[in-house]
Design a binder for this molecule. Structure first.
Ligand code: CA
Length: 232
């Protein structure tokens, strides 16, 4: 697939978890670096430019959420968060934090590798292909090249997957997309994943976009954007 080895930075202070995650990733063909603190993670992200970060929530110095936020201020670098608590999930992939995906501990290392592969497969080519494309819906304007969303004159800050999800729905307006289809198209899953991720992102999008949200729930099926409010 990739011609040059992609490097994954594993950020986890528990040595046993860091080492088995690293072993599975190396076995899958990735280069692996590790960091045991948030501070070290930020240093490595700045210096080494990894392709993806596996980031534990609980770290001894700066917690994973803060690390994720700081990375997000600089870049769209893909981030897979690890958490021990299901309650943290909304926060992690939502509003301020903006991780690409998450796994709840304990997790199957094969699933971690599958998620890493999915995220990386989706990370770059499609975004580049959409360069300069723009989709509109009423007052809502989504600019793929700038990765910018506006309602009227007001810019709305979206997490990367919120942006991708909104784009996917707008780009297929009028069609109902099931949660599994959205997982596959936005997150790159080729297996039946946890569709709660989709619902959490839709909820966040609605909250951020308010009345300008074009997303309609089709009960028992999935989501769609109605074609009715199309602007030219
Ligand atoms: Ca930890």
């Amino acid at each position: 697939m990739a011609t040059k080895t992609q490097t994954v930075l594993v950020v986890e202070d528990e040595a046993s978890i860091a080492s088995f995650v690293s072993a599975y990733l190396k076995n899958a063909g990735y280069g692996v670096r590790t960091a045991a603190t948030g501070g070290e993670a930020l240093r490595q992200v700045a210096a080494e430019k990894p392709a993806l970060v596996v980031l534990d929530l609980m770290l001894p110095d700066i917690d994973g959420i803060e690390v994720c936020k700081r990375i997000r201020q600089e870049s769209d670098l893909p981030i897979l968060m690890l958490t021990a608590r299901e309650e943290d999930v909304d926060k992690i992939i939502g509003l301020e934090v903006g991780a690409d995906d998450y796994l709840t501990k304990p997790f199957n290392p094969r699933e971690l590798v599958a998620r890493v592969r999915s995220i990386l497969r989706r990370a770059t080519p499609e975004r580049a292909a959409r360069e300069s494309a723009q989709l509109k819906h009423g007052d809502l304007v989504v600019d793929a090249g700038r990765r910018e969303v506006k309602v009227g004159e007001q810019e709305i800050q979206l997490a990367p997957k919120e942006f991708d999800l909104l784009w996917e729905l707008l780009d297929h307006r009028g069609l109902v997309l099931t949660r599994d289809q959205l997982l596959e198209r936005v997150w790159g899953y080729t297996f039946a994943g946890d569709t709660r991720t989709v619902d959490v992102h839709v909820r966040q999008l609605r909250r951020k976009l308010g009345d300008a949200s074009p997303i309609v729930t089709v009960w028992g099926v999935g989501y769609k954007v109605s074609p009715a409010r199309d602007a030219a």
